[in-house]
Design a protein around this ligand. Structure first.
Ligand code: ADP
Ligand code: MG
Length: 780
């Protein structure tokens, strides 16, 4: 102990000297002055003493007041000043990986150090920290994972849970776990940070923990709703039926095509009414009913373009922040704007994007001031709402939607669709325009639609499937899933919990008594959805790892097959060329990826992607994710190190690969029902589903497989299945299910003699060959 003590003591002194030197330097002084100008600084002493005197403190303050970058740093600095810098270990969680990275980078800059010195970060599959790191920014998922192996968070002195107002699932989950931990670790300090004032809820949850508000200052921001925007810009929207001419937005068009004609007319009338009448109040209740159908996207990119033009031509200088729903929208709009004579002129406009998967180099540009006489326009997802602050924004354009998962417990179907934001989010977005001077906010929806928004967004815990979460509850040994979740801030519906537990049993991650199986333990360790984790493990065990690796990487990034609105047919044909009668979107992905790798080697990747309607960016992401998953499975001892080719000795066996896809995606399965002239598809719960237009299977008249397995159902009025693969009865019997020895091995024993008889023989062989290994996986 005392040896270690001495080392730490010496290190602490060194930390103090180094900070002292930095703060004396001209740059350091300038930085310190900036930090002192932040609203959080005035509260510094009050905050430090509250944290010293209480185990839990809840802090609220407007975005940009200095919560994330300053508060953890105050703790670090006060420890350093008292000569104990090396003794503290501070963790600050972020809901998104990109903010963890951006913030840690910023804090190191403020401290005049390279990243990974006293300040570091850790996110899924990536990190930058060293032995001198005492302040670590990480995603909430990383902290949860750490709790798996270190239930008491030994050595950690302070935990900050940031952005709790967002009510993300991981944050809500962390709060239950930490509440449970606090009595065991009386010296641990927990600080919750929120951008909105609803701190009471959290304070109550922790038995009346003190709350501190950091008063901020923002300039007034004028709000313009759609009716004003149309007037200001002179944009003509005389009839709702012209919509098709306005935008090229895919989502809106599909939504519209799916609407029954009657409903379409009804909404048309409503919105026209709303836009022409001077009083909007009467319409809000009616509009609320049709909210899910009336999309701001219908106004399309042309209105967005008109608003941006208006700002650039007529308004005072200042950067513009545009809130959109996702990467797809953002890149479409960017391409459209690039072709515009004014907005696409790099001598006048600096056009940037801000979303979850952007490169670090691009990230930095966002925070930089644009050169003189050049206007910065940032197209962003709702990431820029609270966790990232861009200083010089004067104008905000808000499309009113955000992509979020919603979960329909009744149908057990998750949907990832742009949906309307809450009033709190709209206010938050508007507020981003008033940081440096009075601002303007253009909301691209009528005021009556705003009035119909919900006050706050529903917590994620109540709107997503709980599969991964329940797995983690078990692997953290937190007791019965149901009991544990009923202790949440706002507990989820019992039906949602039941669905998740049922699912985990079905895939063999939990046994009948709700205990974790070995498979379940592996799955809890892998940083992917349990389904995909299972597919990976099975691919490794069954020695057809490579194609499965590509599929899993593809399913956890996004579809590399592009579907431009105006070239749907061509794109569909291009994709089907990869299918070669496989009846599988997943195999098409594998072929496309393989082809891309060949093309890269030959230096023709660009033409290859262009010709085949593939996204090079997505393929690159898949490529790097493959490497990372490969590494993790090796670490877990599931892959052969010595002879890598054994991991793929069966990759050529198509029916095996199909079966492994089935083992991962089960129970996402639909039976193929052939009629005279058509086909239809029925899921396990007897629901009718349609195939996504871009699926290779949508191009066939008949499918020579009795089943299709699929990764996800998406609800867009009708339920669609996205990517699917045809599989045989044998694949389903042998691989679709819990694989639990209690159920299928006994079952299969019975079939032992017959198995070669009525099953696909090559498949049965594979199965028997690894049965031993699989039993090991499933038995505790
Ligand atoms: P909060 O967490 O309260 O929303 P932050 O601590 O993230 O606020 O940011 C405080 C201030 O620090 C911001 O208002 C901004 O001026 C500045 N800041 C934050 N990140 C950066 C960055 N990457 N580059 C430049 N300035 C930044
Ligand atoms: Mg923050």
């Amino acid at each position: 102990g005392s040896m270690m003590e001495k080392v730490l003591q010496r290190r602490s002194w060194r930390m103090r000297n180094m900070q002292g030197a930095w703060q004396e330097s001209p740059e350091g002084k300038k930085m310190l002055d900036f930090r002192k100008s932040l609203p959080a600084y005035k509260e510094k002493e009050r905050l430090l003493s509250a944290i010293a005197r209480n185990q839990v403190v809840v802090i609220s303050g407007e975005t940009g007041c200095g919560k994330t970058t300053q508060l953890p740093q105050y703790i670090l600095e006060s420890e350093i000043e008292s000569g104990r810098g090396a003794f503290c270990s501070i963790i600050c969680t972020q809901p998104r990986r990109i903010s963890a990275m951006a913030v840690s980078e910023r804090v190191s800059t403020e401290r005049g150090e390279p990243l990974g010195e006293s300040v570091g970060y850790k996110v899924r599959l990536e990190g930058m920290k060293g032995k001198n790191t005492h302040l670590l920014f990480c995603t909430s998922g990383i902290l949860l994972r750490r709790l798996l192996s270190d239930r008491n968070l030994n050595g950690i002195t302070h935990v900050f849970v940031d952005e709790i107002h967002e009510r993300g699932m991981n944050e809500d989950f962390l709060l239950i776990v930490l509440k449970d931990l606090l009595p065991r670790r009386r010296d641990l300090r927990l600080i919750l940070m929120s951008a909105t004032l609803n701190a009471e809820l959290f304070s109550k949850f922790f038995g009346g923990a003190p709350t501190i508000h950091i008063p901020g200052f923002t300039y007034p921001v004028r709000a313009h709703f759609l009716e004003d925007v149309l007037e200001i810009t002179g944009y003509k929207m005389t009839s709702f039926n012209q919509i098709d001419d306005y935008g090229q937005d895919k989502l809106w068009k599909t939504q519209r095509q799916l609407l029954p004609r009657k409903k379409k007319n009804q909404i048309t009338a409503l919105v026209e009414d709303a836009l022409t009448k001077s009083s909007f109040e009467n319409y809000s209740s009616k509009v609320r009913d049709s909210l899910s159908c009336w999309s701001p996207d219908c106004i399309g990119f042309n209105l967005l373009e008109a608003v941006l033009c208006h700002i650039c031509r007529k308004e005072r200088p200042g950067a513009v922040l545009v809130f959109m729903t996702g990467w797809e929208d953002i890149s479409c709009l960017r391409d459209q704007l690039k072709a515009h004579p004014l907005l696409g002129d790099p001598n006048r406009i600096l056009l940037l994007t801000c979303h979850g998967s952007m490169a670090t180099s691009e990230q930095k540009l966002i925070f930089e001031k644009a050169p003189h006489n050049i206007r910065k326009i940032v197209l962003a997802t709702n990431m820029a709402e609270a966790s990232i602050t861009i200083n010089d924004i004067v104008f905000v354009v808000d499309c009113g939607k955000a992509k979020e998962t919603t979960y329909d417990a009744l149908n057990n179907t998750p949907c990832l669709l742009p949906s309307w934001i809450s009033k709190a989010s709209a206010r938050q977005r508007r507020g981003r325009a008033g940081r440096v001077q009075p601002g303007e906010c253009y909301h691209l929806y009528p005021r009556c639609v705003y009035e119909a928004f919900a006050e706050y967004q529903l917590p994620e815990l109540l709107r997503t499937p709980l599969n991964s979460l329940c797995l983690q509850i078990k692997s953290l040994q937190l007791g019965t899933i149901g009991d544990f979740l009923s202790a949440a801030l706002q507990p989820p519906e019992p039906l949602a919990v039941q669905n998740a537990v049922g699912f985990l049993k079905m895939i063999g991650a939990l046994d009948e008594k709700e205990n974790l199986t070995n498979l379940g333990e592996f799955l809890a360790m892998l940083p992917v959805d349990p389904k995909l984790g299972k597919m990976l493990i099975m691919g490794a065990i069954f020695r057809c790892f490579d194609p499965i690796l590509t599929i899993v990487a593809g399913l956890s990034v996004r579809d590399p097959f592009l579907l431009p609105q105006d070239k749907k047919d061509l794109a569909g044909t291009a994709k089907s060329r990869f299918s070669a009668k496989d009846y599988s979107d997943h195999m098409a992905l594998v072929r496309a990826y393989e082809g891309w790798k060949d093309a890269e080697r030959e230096g023709s990747a660009y033409e290859y992607c262009w010709r085949n309607f593939l996204s090079a960016q997505t393929l690159k992401a898949i490529h790097s994710l493959r490497k990372q998953f490969n590494f993790i499975l090796k670490e877990a001892g599931l892959l052969d190190f010595a002879d890598a080719s054994t991991n793929n000795s069966l990759s050529h066996n198509q029916s095996l690969v199909r079966a492994i896809i089935c083992s991962g995606l089960f129970p996402g399965i639909a039976s193929v029902v052939h009629r005279e002239t058509s086909m239809s598809f029925k899921t396990m719960d007897d629901g009718q589903v349609l195939l996504y237009a871009n699926s290779v299977n949508a191009r066939y008249q008949t499918i020579p497989y009795p089943w299709l397995v699929f990764g996800e159902k998406v609800k867009v009025n009708t339920v669609f299945i996205r990517d699917s693969t045809g599989v045989s009865d044998s694949a389903l019997i042998l691989f679709g299910g819990s694989l639990s020895p209690g159920v299928s091995a006994g079952h299969l024993k019975m079939l032992d003699g017959y198995i070669d008889f009525f099953m696909d023989p090559s498949l049965a062989d594979c199965y028997w060959n690894v049965k031993e290994e699989m039993n090991k996986l499933l038995h505790k």
